[in-house]
Structures are given as C-alpha cells and as structure tokens.
Design a binder for this molecule. Structure first.
Ligand code: HEM
Length: 195
C-alpha cells in the first residue's frame, strides 16, 4: 500500500527535488558570476577552472530544470499540457505562479544559448542578456514561493534571503568598481578574461 503511494508520488517528488536543485544552482551560478565580474579574486591570476565552474553550474541548472519539468509532466495530479509549459498563464493550476517559471525558462535558454555562441555575438548584446541572470534568480524565487510546497521550509526561506542580500551587496560593490573599459584595457593585468 505504502509502496504504491510512494510510486504515485515519485513524479511529484522528482519535480520538487529537480525544481529546488535547479533554483539553488541558479543562485550559485549568479553568485559565482558576480565573484568573477567583481574581480574579488583580483590580485592573483584567476585559474581557468573558476570560469569553468561558473559555466558548469549554469549548465547543471538547465539540466535540473529539465528534470523539474519532466517530473511535472509525469505527475498525473497536476495534469500539465505542453502548451502550459510554453504559454504564460495558460495552465489551470496556479497560472500566475507558473507564469514566472515559464518566463524564467525562456530567459534561462536565452542566457545559455548566447553564452554558448558568445564568440559570434557583439559583446554588448551578450552582456545585456547575461546581466538578466539576476532577474532570472528573482523570477525563479517568486515562482518557487508562489507555486511550491516548500515555501514554509526555513532552509528555502534562508536561501532566498541570503542570496538576495549577497547579490544586492555584490552588485552595489560592482557599481563602485572602476569602469569595465579600464579593466578590459589592462589597468588590472591580473583580471580574468570574462567568458
Ligand atoms: C515551464 C516552466 C515551469 C513550470 C511549468 C513549473 C511548474 C512548477 C509547479 C507546478 C510547481 C509546484 C510543485 C509543487 O506542488 O510543489 C513548481 C515548483 C517549483 N519550481 Fe517550477 N516550473 C517551471 C520552471 C521552473 C524553473 C526554471 C525553476 C528554477 C530554476 C523552477 C523551480 C521551482 C522550485 C524551486 C519549486 C518549488 C519546489 C517545492 O517547493 O517543492 N521552476 N514549479
């Protein structure tokens, strides 16, 4: 009896675990990106693996978002249609809360694709799209709290609060850094090349 109940809920557990993992990975990727762009590591040559880690976490976030969505599609109780995944406000189940997730996926795909083809794109365009990553974090946070079952979970609440505070601090700090023009023109020879 118990085994049947667990297997019926397996898709739902997969969706929730995938969603939470993807959200944490989005937060860590943004954090790592800000660490690179604020040159917190300035003063020492930055090893290439630090940038690789940022890319790797971003890629993993995409993979766990796919796990999240696959779990939702398999869940017989929510009964999501393909159109619910593609069109904001289309779903019958919590349409507003899900719309944040749908838009976040579009943003995530745009950030990931432009990063993969970065070398073929104007740098300004790439940067404009890449800097929407903070908005991506905000959207997935609103989505997680509005749609999810774990919004009363203290670990989830603390994750949201601490990452939001750290990001705000790092972005203000970055605003007071010398302009990127100077950074990129060799004023700080040790600064890592952003990729
Ligand atoms: C097509 C896009 C998406 C749809 C339709 C969608 C749908 C849903 C639904 C129905 C839930 C509620 C699950 C429950 O009952 O607990 C949920 C929760 C959640 N979603 Fe999404 N989602 C999408 C995209 C995303 C993305 C891009 C992320 C993060 C990167 C994300 C992270 C989360 C998290 C963290 C939860 C809370 C899990 C919990 O509290 O157990 N979702 N989503």
């Amino acid at each position: 009896m118990h085994a049947i109940a667990v297997s019926k809920s397996l898709w739902w557990y997969t969706a929730r675990a995938g969603g939470l993992t993807a959200w944490w990975l989005v937060a860590l990727t943004v954090f790592w990106g800000l660490m690179l762009s604020t040159r917190v590591t300035r003063g020492k040559p930055t090893p290439a693996w630090l940038l690789d880690l940022h890319r790797f976490m971003g890629g993993l976030a995409v993979i766990f978002t796919v796990v999240h969505i696959a779990g939702l599609m398999g869940d017989k109780w929510i009964k999501l249609q393909v159109a619910d995944l593609a069109i904001p406000m289309h779903a019958k189940f919590k349409p507003g809360a899900l719309a944040w997730g749908v838009i976040a996926v579009y943003l995530m795909v745009a950030i990931e694709l432009t990063s993969l083809f970065m070398k073929h794109l104007p740098r300004k365009l790439w940067r404009a799209i890449h800097s929407t990553a903070f908005a991506l974090f905000l959207m997935t946070t609103v989505h997680a709290f509005a749609a999810g079952s774990e919004n009363k979970n203290v670990a989830v609440q603390w994750t949201a609060l601490s990452f939001a505070a750290i990001f705000t601090f790092l972005m203000v700090y970055r605003a007071f850094l010398p302009s990127r023009f100077r950074l990129l023109n060799g004023q700080f020879p040790d600064a890592p090349a952003l990729g």
